[in-house]
Design a protein around this ligand. Sequence first.
Ligand code: NAD
Length: 510
Amino acid sequence: LRLNTRNLDLIGKAGRGKIQIPSHRTRNAGAVKEGIVHIGVGGFHRAHLAVYVDQLMEKHGIKNFAICGVGLQPFDSAMRDILREQDHLYTVMERSDKGSFAHVVGCINSYLYAPDNREAVIAKMAHPDTHIVSLTITESGYYYNENTHELQSEHPDIKYDAAAANENAPRTTFGFLYAALARRHRQGLNPFTVMSCDNMQKNGSITRHMLESFARMRNPEVAEWIAEKGAFPNAMVDRITPQTETVDKEALAKNFGIEDSWPVVTEPFKQWVIEDKFSDGRPPFEKVGVQVVNNVHDVEQFEMHKLRLLNGSHSAIGYPGQLAGFKYVHEVMQNAKLRKLVWEMMQEEVKPLLPNIPGVDIDQYCRTLMKRFSNSTIQDQLPRICLNASGKIPQFIMPSIAEVIMKSAADKREYPFRRLCFVAAAWFTYIRGVDDKKIPFNVNDPMLDELRAAAKADPGGPLGLLQIKNLFGDDLRTDKRFIAEMTQAMKDIAEKGVLATLDEYFPDTK
Ligand code: NAD
């Protein structure tokens, strides 16, 4: 059955309890308001925020926070066309070893593709019914300079949007946010909350700083108003969502009888911890399991656990896994040596550095991660995990190493970091784009040219790469134990390969 509103009931009946359909679509027809405008309707948004909002509409009768999706990128026209054909419905396929469950999501009410009509996007955000503008625009959408922590104000897109003549036809997220907020300021409305759902440390604070910087380039009065009245909650977001493959569409049609041109595949687990800072009201997110917390410190602690344990482990799976010739995350987890590397890195090296969060059992969290990574049914691809490592390793692995160095110096004893160094060494080796069997693979990193050029200063060793100041601090560059570990691990990986090196370093692995 083709996915559309007309077929919803039939789809639900045919699913015999294994398909959840949004009955609010027919129940609320005509009575819904679009309170959330979301920029970046990709896989993750459709598996995360939209699922929470759909549950609010389905189980709690919320009608004023339906979502209007927005696409700014040229390739978003595909999402526009597919959603339009399907009455903005799509299917989330939750997969685990226990089986598969389909959830048709109906909370996206409309979709605006900015290149079609930029004014319509600004007017939508400025409308009094809009209370939140949420974002999953990837790290590059923030125009954030990792080194200076400032807006990339010289970037051609930002310069274009900052010109007064382009205010009503912007290109970037900040251009749209500014234009809509300036109108709300003129109309005496509250600013909408800008809610980042991207995987970045302090995502709300960064969004605030970037937008305020942009607004100051345009109009200091509006910038002042945003600084005073605006809200930018920090959040930790989690749900592993691979790219949809053709086989996923086929499986949905075969197993559930649903013809959906762009379903989403994900795991059963999902988590969202968000700071309770909203400038124009919010839905009762806590009713559907969101952890809404009052203190930014709490969000930061959850974020740190997630980035160091989940994302750090993804790095430990990705770079060594790719060098050893694996394709999927679950395949790496089936290898005893690599599985042990991941578990022991979390338990012995990362866990002792993390704050204790009341109510969180860290060992249980680690065990759950091992189970999630082992989920063979979601087919999570290593190239997705390895993507853009220069934006990831400095956030997920290096801070743990730097803390071990600091703690060791303070306590005058050597805390362990051999596994963390092994992962960093595997990434340095991975940059060459050739695996242990000398088979080339594609390295997808915006800094690749710079990385490869820097590596030449110390062929086979870490010293060249460690000179890149945007990525690595002096604490790493000058630590003798760290340099020795990295040098040895890179040499061993290059000569013997990842698996033989692990055997030698951690010989009790079965
Ligand atoms: P995706 O490729 O499916 O979608 C990316 C979306 O980002 C697209 O809608 C695109 O239009 C938008 N986008 C990209 N660059 C943009 C820009 N410069 N300006 C505006 N919009 C832009 O990817 P995804 O899996 O949905 O992941 C998106 C983000 O979600 C990630 O970067 C990450 O921060 C976060 N996230 C993803 C996962 C996951 O498992 N996939 C988990 C946690 C968090």
